[in-house]
Write a protein that binds this ligand. Structure first.
Ligand code: ADP
Ligand code: MG
Length: 245
């Protein structure tokens, strides 16, 4: 267990580069960031700024070239295969732009699936899946398959699935990228609601929706513009420290 004051996510000198022929593209360049337990953080940047790369590394779906990632007290880039599997099942939940639901499963079965991977008994996982979907106003859609749902409904099912195993961290990659503005607003409100019990990091290029988050961080060319140092003294040495956030 980590101490209550320890940040849930700590990134130290995180970098990721890709080779493109003879060139090296630095998708993420020396990022330092701390994110506290609970609440919603939005990372905003244009296409190609490194948002997905960053999120994938935090969720242990991709490995950094350099640097350290600690999530819930675990150094995720140094976990064994077995530890990685457990980390992905128990500590993080993902929400994707394209929803990524299993097409031949119903909404209820999609939400129950991660609990099956986690060894939750069938009756219990179906009851929890139903309760989550009802809470997300989808009680009338339990038996629907993804193709029978609207985009906004699919994303609500995906959010229910992401929290099924009660992860401490939910990572959402452009969750409203395929939705109209009204549905997008509902999805952000839902992410905000679930962030009362856990940390939600959402990456987006939608500046207006990001304003619903507790904290907004901007990313350009793989670098954070307005994240740490959290408090930087800009005045004379004995003057008040001013936050740059
Ligand atoms: P965003 O999600 O903000 O649109 P990405 O994280 O997908 O940005 O990409 C950041 C940069 O890294 C881009 O220049 C992209 O072309 C490059 N990149 C991402 N993934 C790869 C990859 N697998 N191979 C080579 N370059 C990549
Ligand atoms: Mg992306």
């Amino acid at each position: 267990m980590n101490k209550p004051t320890e940040p849930l996510v700590q990134l130290r000198g995180l970098s990721k580069s890709y080779r493109k022929g003879s060139e090296t593209v630095e998708a993420i360049a020396d990022i330092h960031l701390e994110v506290q337990e609970r609440g919603m953080v939005a990372v905003v940047g244009p296409s190609g700024s490194g948002k997905s790369t960053l999120l994938h590394m935090i969720g242990a779906m991709d490995k950094p070239t350099r640097g350290e990632i600690v999530v819930a007290g675990q150094a995720v880039n140094r976990l064994s295969q077995a530890e990685l599997t457990r980390f992905r099942r128990q500590t993080v939940g993902f929400v994707f732009q394209m929803f990524n639901l299993v097409p031949n499963l119903t909404a209820l079965e999609n939400v129950a699936l991660p609990m099956e991977f986690n060894g939750v008994p069938r009756a219990q996982r179906l009851a929890r899946a139903r309760a989550l979907l009802e809470r997300f106003q989808l009680g009338q859609r339990l038996k629907h398959r993804p193709r029978e749902l609207s985009g906004g409904e699919m994303q609500r099912v995906a959010i229910a699935r992401a929290v099924a195993n009660e992860p401490r961290l939910v990572l959402a990659d452009e969750p409203t990228g395929n939705l109209d503005s009204r549905s997008g607003q509902i999805i952000y409100e839902l992410l905000r609601e679930i962030s009362a019990e856990r940390t939600v990091i959402v990456v987006t290029h939608a500046e207006n929706l990001a304003q619903l988050a507790d904290r907004v961080i901007h990313i350009r060319d793989g670098r954070l513009l307005d994240a740490p140092p959290l408090v930087m003294s800009l005045g004379p040495r004995d003057g008040p420290a001013r936050s740059v956030l």
